[in-house]
Design a protein around this ligand. Structure first.
Ligand code: GLN
Length: 475
């Protein structure tokens, strides 16, 4: 048995049947990380000591016959999610050395489910980016081609899962940061409905858009992580107090009669021909499996990018105001309080500063109505597009990204071209939908391509099952 190559669900089975132990598998993963991660650089911090303690405890619980859903399974967490006793940097120097005193809701859930946490993965600073090049620490490399980015901002999590250095991982998706890196790294990435998972303990970027998501090597793996992390929590006022269905048993693979909409606005100029072909083939496969394909329109799609880049920076400029060196992270000494705060804030990287300036401008008196206020109105139109579409269809199918993974450095100096990396993912965050990316082939360079499936509010089971049916048919 080659332990790192097992899927999460296979490992879970092997652990329950006593074919391996959590200690053995955790050590195998840590060894693999030491071997591979010098090149890929997916982890910012390894929590190896804690992981081995958790593994030992899991083995005792396994020996006692306990069946917690992730008992003994090693996974990774994006370094924007707080975990007690380990650094949480959000990829920023302004949080360097910050050790949160508590676990985020999702970490509590993972621990309750018996998971072993291997470490914290790299991210663009405050999740602002599409490549991990905005991390203040280093750039993660795409396991399929080390010259290329893994996508972002949850690029560390996607790369760790793709390179068999974790059985699954958590990320966050504010505008595409789970689906886009999943598509670049050839893994499954789920962005649940806003509010489906409590964000308590997750460093805030844009509060009306942020949501935790899960990565897996298979649909079942991403679902298993989602199953244990979904849920209401009174400490996050935006979390939804609705029951968590059994997503795992919803994976039947039966999609007969499923209505799949294909939006014309997502097959535009600029999309790589290999991507278009792979996605269209995947849609044909869904049809062969019994789905009905419908042409649909999401007419306000072209406004999503400008609307997102007003709303997200506006909210970020408010959220980042708390980093003054007094409450969190390293404090830079200064001649007086103002001087100290100024020097501390110079620790923000260029992208965070750009967003703070953009957002502050969009919110300032005299410009609020023209920019932020107007963006909110157009956001309503975009939301309405999705509601109209979901009156006709159950699922929307389109590319997760117009391109496959680009080269490190190619877009780093051109913010606009970087922002375009999320052109197909941002609309969903502005609406109340959920979405995922599932691998659907490779381009001529051998780089993975992702099919994006979008579902109506809280219809995660529908998109997961459609992805599962597709994945099983392609085995
Ligand atoms: N790339 C987008 C941005 O830079 C989305 C990031 C995200 O989803 N966190 O804002």
């Amino acid at each position: 048995m080659n332990l790192p190559e097992l899927s999460l669900t296979e490992l879970r089975q092997a652990l329950r049947q006593g074919e391996t132990s959590s200690i053995e598998v955790t050590q195998a993963m840590l060894d693999r990380i030491v071997e591979q991660d010098n090149d890929i650089k997916s982890y910012l911090t390894l929590t190896d000591e804690m992981a081995l303690e958790q593994a030992a405890a899991a083995d005792q619980r396994l020996a006692a016959g306990e069946q917690s859903p992730l008992l003994g399974v090693p996974i990774a967490i994006k370094d924007i999610i707080s975990m007690a006793g380990a650094p949480t940097t959000a990829g920023s120097k302004i949080l360097e050395g910050f050790i949160p005193p508590y676990d985020a809701f999702v970490v509590q859930k993972l621990k309750e489910a018996g998971a072993v946490i291997l470490g914290k993965t790299n991210t663009d600073e405050f999740a602002m980016g599409s490549s991990t090049e905005n991390s203040a620490y280093f750039t993660t490399r795409n396991p399929w081609d080390l010259e290329r980015v893994p996508g972002g901002s949850s690029g560390g999590s996607a790369a760790a899962v793709a390179a068999n250095m974790a059985y699954g991982a958590l990320g966050t998706d504010t505008g595409g940061s789970v689906r886009q890196p999943a598509s670049f790294c050839g893994v499954v990435g789920l962005r649940p409905t806003y509010g489906r998972i409590s964000r308590w303990g997750v460093v805030a970027f844009a509060s009306s858009l942020d949501q935790v998501g899960t990565f897996g090597r298979t649909v079942a793996d991403a679902t298993a992580l989602f199953q244990v992390t979904a849920g209401y929590d009174r400490r996050d006022s935006t979390s939804l107090n609705v029951p968590v269905p059994n997503y795992e048993t919803a994976l039947t693979g039966d999609i007969k009669g499923l209505k799949v909409g294909v939006p014309a606005e997502y097959f535009i100029e600029g999309i790589e021909p290999d991507v278009e072909t792979a996605v269209r083939n995947a849609i044909a496969k869904l049809e062969a499996l019994g789905a009905e394909i419908h042409e649909i329109s999401l007419p306000h799609t072209r406004y999503a990018l400008p609307v997102y880049y007003l709303i997200a920076p506006a909210e970020a400029s408010a959220n980042l105001g708390r980093y003054d060196g007094v409450r969190y992270g390293p404090r830079q000494p200064g001649s007086d309080m103002i001087d100290s705060v100024k020097k501390t804030r110079s620790l923000f990287g260029p992208e965070a500063k750009r967003r703070i300036m953009l957002g502050t401008y969009a919110l300032s008196a005299g410009y609020y109505d023209e920019y932020y206020g107007r963006a909110l109105k157009v956001r309503t139109l975009i939301k309405q597009d999705f509601l109209n579409a979901f009156e006709q269809v159950d699922v929307i199918a389109c590319p997760a990204s117009p391109t496959t993974a680009f080269k490190i450095g190619d877009r780093a100096d051109d913010p606009l071209s970087m922002y375009l990396a999320d052109i197909f993912t941002l609309s969903l965050n502005l609406s109340a939908s959920c979405g995922l990316s599932v691998p659907c082939g490779f381009d001529s360079k051998g780089l993975p391509i992702g099919l994006q499936l979008i579902g109506n509010t809280l219809q995660e089971a529908t998109i997961l099952n459609a992805a599962f049916a597709y994945e099983q048919a392609n085995k």
